[in-house]
Design a protein around this ligand. Sequence first.
Ligand code: ADP
Length: 254
Amino acid sequence: MITIGIDIGSVAAKGVIVTNNAQHRAIIPTGWSPRDAGGQLVDILVEKAKISSFDIDNITVTGYGRVALDIADKKFTEISCHARGVAELCPKVRTIVDIGGQDSKVIHIDSKGKVLDFAMNDKCAAGTGKFLQVMATAMSIDVSDLGDFENQAELVPINNMCTVFAESEIIGLMAKGSSKSGIIAGLHQSVAKRTAAMTKRMGIKGEVALTGGVALNKGVQLALIQELGCEVIIPELCQYTGALGAALLGRNVS
Ligand code: ADP
């Protein structure tokens, strides 16, 4: 059986193809058309798996852009897909913390990856990947390099939660001569504090996994471990858990 899972996020479109003996993945910017991004991902995955598109049994789509995709045989929420994907990769995890481009969420799951409860921040860019992207741009650093640049020993606390005010704050801090690496440590702490508060409100159950593109940021990983006061697992495919979950859920519905 061959299934494809597509996660059309606000920043990145992710795809995973699952065959009987292999898995391949691809990531591209979502761009202005979620529909085109979905089509492109299918083409890339078909090529990677060396199959024909006629061999695909199911395409399951998730993510904010899923409504626009008419290639989908099935659609699921990101919550269900992250849950299924994480259960596959980290069977002992019962609490998922996902920080994506424009939202963050905490999901409690059971041993089979069924969603028990969740909380979501999708009203404000603070504490999301977008927040870090705006700050990285203000500091002329690529968002993927923030983790390497930070220096916790020089941490400069960031007082403003709001993305717009925080951007002005860091521009002011740089003008006053605060170190970039210390400001970056402060930004990571700010994201972690916000995420940890939501996680603690939900409650920490079992092992905790951090997913989403922001999970790739070593500074956020470290800050979240400090704020939660517990171990946090970063699944190897942390940015692909939604797409993987979609591909796996698609195996059950065909
Ligand atoms: P979405 O599903 O909303 O598109 P993702 O889960 O793909 O979001 O996460 C996108 C965010 O992840 C970006 O806004 C950025 O902050 C962060 N990110 C992406 N790639 C990296 C990387 N290599 N290192 C650190 N952060 C990253």
